[in-house]
Ligand binder design. Structure first.
Ligand SMILES: [Zn+2]
Length: 66
């Protein structure tokens, strides 16, 4: 079963920029030595609009399989 997983992106609802950040919950992974995001809150911000803004989930083309 060669199922290509759906990829999504997030863009600003106002200007369409993908330069957005969101308040997130993260869990520390001691083995990888990095925070693993396990969820995010509704509160989000667009770095281009420089204010809190709604973000939209958009579907991206699948990663090319070579
Ligand atoms: Zn924006």
């Amino acid at each position: 079963m060669a199922e290509i997983s759906k990829r999504v992106g997030y863009i600003c609802a106002r200007c369409g920029s993908s330069n957005v950040i969101s308040d997130a919950r993260a869990q520390w992974d001691a083995r990888k030595q990095q925070w693993i995001v396990v969820g995010h809150y509704d509160s989000s911000e667009c770095l281009d609009c420089e204010q809190e803004e709604r973000i939209l989930e958009v579907e991206l083309a699948p990663e090319p399989q070579t």
